[in-house]
Design a protein around this ligand. Structure first.
Ligand SMILES: [Fe+2]
Ligand SMILES: [Fe+2]
Length: 261
């Protein structure tokens, strides 16, 4: 199914949760595992602006459909971060600007050179890089959406489930746009397919894993994805990746998550 920029523009919206009484968390708070997941998700949602910095130094900045989508994507992800910040805040946890500021202070040298790496990749790969970026984006949205679904079912908290369902709808739209773009670009070029396949195989890891402490990524991977339901979700994601031209049979997410037996 084609999902283009007009669909993205038509459906773009700020996430709303004003009708949900987050005071309900006072009577029935989330458990520590769910809160630990939410801290990770909070930080990664807010990190979208920094991922955008890296995307915009590539040839993506010259494509008006992509830049329009990025504007919508960054806006919607910001409000996902704000919504999770409100949940953490309702538990008396640090969230929002102060937490994000601290996280960015601790990113280190790898973060500073990331735009240079993207620039170097752009010089080497040119337009082919866009197919890789779109496939990468689609896979990140798939894993993010699955992560929220799994958290909702593990936390068993109606208030959190209601909020996560709203976020998941938007993650699904992001996924549809990225996958649509990836499909179009991969089908058009054998060299783009070769690049995407080998770069994903060697470089891909779930969103957030390069900026969050490795112990937190490991916690998310084992807590959310290391049971029957999680393994089913991983298989579903791999089947979706199989549908992207040239990316069949990679078992990308299964191979990555297998490192946490
Ligand atoms: Fe999000
Ligand atoms: Fe998203």
């Amino acid at each position: 199914m084609r999902f283009d920029i007009q669909d993205s523009k038509r459906l773009a919206e700020r996430l709303r949760w004003d009708d949900l009484d987050l005071g309900g968390f006072e009577d029935k708070p989330l458990d520590q595992d769910a809160l630990r997941c939410l801290r990770y998700m909070h930080d990664v949602e807010f990190h979208t602006a920094c991922y955008l910095r890296d995307l915009l130094v590539s040839p993506a900045h010259a494509d008006p459909d992509l830049t329009s989508f990025f504007a919508i994507w960054a806006f919607e992800e910001l409000w996902h971060g704000e919504a999770i910040a409100a949940v953490l805040g309702a538990h008396g946890e640090s969230s929002g600007g102060s937490r994000v500021h601290m996280m960015r202070q601790n990113l280190g040298a790898a973060d500073h050179i990331r735009p240079l790496v993207m620039l170097g990749g752009s010089w080497l790969a040119g337009e082919n890089l866009l197919a890789l970026q779109m496939a990468w984006g689609a896979i990140n949205e798939m894993t993010t959406q699955a992560g929220y679904a799994l958290l909702g079912s593990k936390a068993r908290h109606p208030l959190l489930s209601a909020l996560l369902k709203r976020i998941m709808v938007q993650e699904g739209r992001h996924m549809d746009f990225y996958a649509s773009q990836a499909g179009m670009r991969l089908v058009a070029s054998a060299s783009a397919r070769r690049l995407a396949r080998s770069a994903l195989r060697w470089l891909w890891s779930p969103v957030g894993s390069k900026v969050m402490p490795s112990g937190e990524t490991e916690f998310i991977a084992t807590y959310l994805f290391n049971d029957v339901q999680g393994i089913k979700a991983i298989r579903r994601i791999d089947r979706r990746i199989d549908r992207l031209p040239g990316l069949g049979g990679m078992n990308l997410t299964r191979r990555w998550f297998e490192r946490f037996p």
